[in-house]
Ligand binder design. Structure first.
Ligand code: GSH
Length: 183
C-alpha cells in the first residue's frame, strides 16, 4: 500500500488539485476510486470511514483521513516542506488564494462544469448565473496578473484535468476570446 492514498474520481477537479500536489512533491501515492456518480460518497460506510462530510477528495496518510482540498494541500506542504509559507505574510497569502479558489472556482466553476459539462443540462438560468460568476472571477485574475495568460490549457488537456471542460465557458460572450486565453 502506498504511503498516501487519495480517495476520489478522475472527473473531480478537487481531487485533481491534490493529485497534482502529490506528483509535484514526488510522493508515493495511489488513487482509491470512489464510486461518486453512484452515490458512494453519501453512504454511511464512506462517511464513517473516510469523510463524514460525504465529499471527495480525502487523503489517507499515517492512519488519518484528511478532507477539504485546501486543507490537504496545506497538510502536504507541512509534510514535505514544498510550496508552503516561509513567514506569516506568505501564510496569509496562501490562505487567501485557497479561500478564493474554494469560493469562486470550487463552487461556481465546478458546479457549472458539473451541470453543463457532465450532466449536459444545456444553458439554463442557473448555468447562466454561474457562468457570470466564473467569468467575473477570471476577470479579477486577469486584472491581478495581466501578463499571465495561462491558468490551464485551452481545450482538452487530459481526461482528469478539471480544466479539460473549459469549453463550458466560451458561450455567447463577446469578451470570451480574452477569457479563453486564461486557458
Ligand atoms: N470544499 C471542498 C469541496 C469538495 C467537493 O465539493 N467535492 C465534490 C466532488 S468534486 C463532492 O464530493 N460533492 C459531493 C457533495 O457535495 O455532496 C474541497 O475543496 O475539497
Amino acid at each position: 500500500m502506498a504511503e498516501y492514498r487519495l480517495y476520489g474520481v478522475g472527473e473531480s477537479g478537487n481531487a485533481y488539485k491534490v493529485a497534482l500536489m502529490l506528483n509535484l512533491c514526488r510522493l508515493e501515492w495511489e488513487p482509491v476510486f470512489v464510486d461518486f456518480f453512484n452515490g458512494e460518497g453519501r453512504t454511511d460506510q464512506f462517511r464513517d470511514t473516510v469523510n463524514e462530510l460525504g465529499e471527495i477528495p480525502a487523503l489517507e496518510h499515517d492512519g488519518k483521513f484528511i478532507s477539504q482540498s485546501g486543507v490537504i494541500l496545506h497538510y502536504l506542504a507541512e509534510q514535505t516542506g514544498h510550496f508552503g509559507a516561509g513567514n506569516a505574510e506568505e501564510s496569509r497569502e496562501i490562505l487567501r488564494w485557497i479561500l478564493f479558489d474554494n469560493h469562486k472556482f470550487t463552487s461556481y466553476l465546478a458546479t457549472l462544469r458539473f451541470m453543463f459539462g457532465l450532466q449536459k443540462t444545456g444553458d439554463t438560468p442557473i448555468t447562466e448565473f454561474l457562468r457570470g460568476r466564473v467569468l467575473g472571477a477570471f476577470s479579477s485574475l486577469r486584472n491581478i496578473w495581466p501578463g499571465r495568460t495561462s491558468l490551464s490549457a485551452a481545450g482538452r488537456q487530459s481526461p482528469t484535468s478539471p480544466w479539460s471542460d473549459i469549453s463550458i465557458l466560451p458561450k455567447r460572450r463577446g469578451s470570451i476570446g480574452q477569457h479563453s486565453r486564461i486557458s
